[in-house]
Design a binder for this molecule. Structure first.
Ligand SMILES: Nc1ncnc2c1ncn2[C@@H]1O[C@H](COP(=O)(O)OP(=O)(O)OP(=O)(O)O)[C@@H](O)[C@H]1O
Ligand SMILES: [Mg+2]
Length: 164
């Protein structure tokens, strides 16, 4: 599934819509170049999870934790993406906890990502305009939960006639 957003606000709303399908334990991986909108999308997810705090990119802290209707663990592994190092500092232990997990730059540490994750890839389309983004949604590893999430998101967007 691939959708287009034409403005930061639409990427935010996409995140908010996605959050309606999220349950504790779900893992959302967001990939895309610098400044494509990974944090903007995460802010939408946070709003949808009932989190009122201001979301900032955890670039230097690796993870920020927020309490809402559901707990959110927001990772950014851009600066620390050595799989072995992350493994040793207990990165995998987070996924035993109760909450929703969002990981920016997850492609840098693919081996550590739970198989149930869904993957959102954000791309710019400069020919279409500075603010245009394409968001591609995928489940991998034949993950049943991942596929269920993708399907429920597709259904949401088909209803709105917003899908490509
Ligand atoms: N359609 C769009 N969706 C999301 N952001 C957009 C869009 N159009 C323009 N922007 C702008 O792109 C920037 C995205 O910034 P953001 O911090 O969310 O990116 P990021 O992918 O998290 O970057 P980084 O790799 O540094 O973490 C913002 O300045 C935002 O206003
Ligand atoms: Mg970011």
């Amino acid at each position: 599934m691939k959708i287009q957003t034409k403005h930061e606000q639409e990427t935010f709303v996409f995140g908010e819509n996605l959050s309606r399908s999220l349950q504790n334990g779900d893992v959302v991986c967001i990939t895309g170049d610098l400044g494509t909108g990974k944090t903007a999308l995460t802010k939408g997810i946070a709003k949808g999870l009932g989190i009122l705090d201001w979301i900032t990119s955890p670039t230097f802290t690796v993870v920020n934790e927020y309490e809402g209707d559901k707990r959110l663990f927001h990772f950014d592994v851009y600066r620390v993406h050595d799989e072995e190092e992350l493994f040793h500092i207990g990165f995998l232990d987070y996924f035993e906890r109760e909450g929703v997990f969002v990981i920016e730059w997850a492609d840098l540490i693919e081996a550590l990502i739970p198989k149930r994750a869904i993957w959102l890839q954000i791309e710019k389309d400069l020919e279409k305009g500075l603010d245009v983004r394409y968001i591609t949604v995928r489940a991998m590893h034949q993950s049943e939960r991942g596929q269920t999430l993708v399907d429920s998101l597709c259904a949401r967007y088909q209803q709105e006639g917003n899908r490509e």
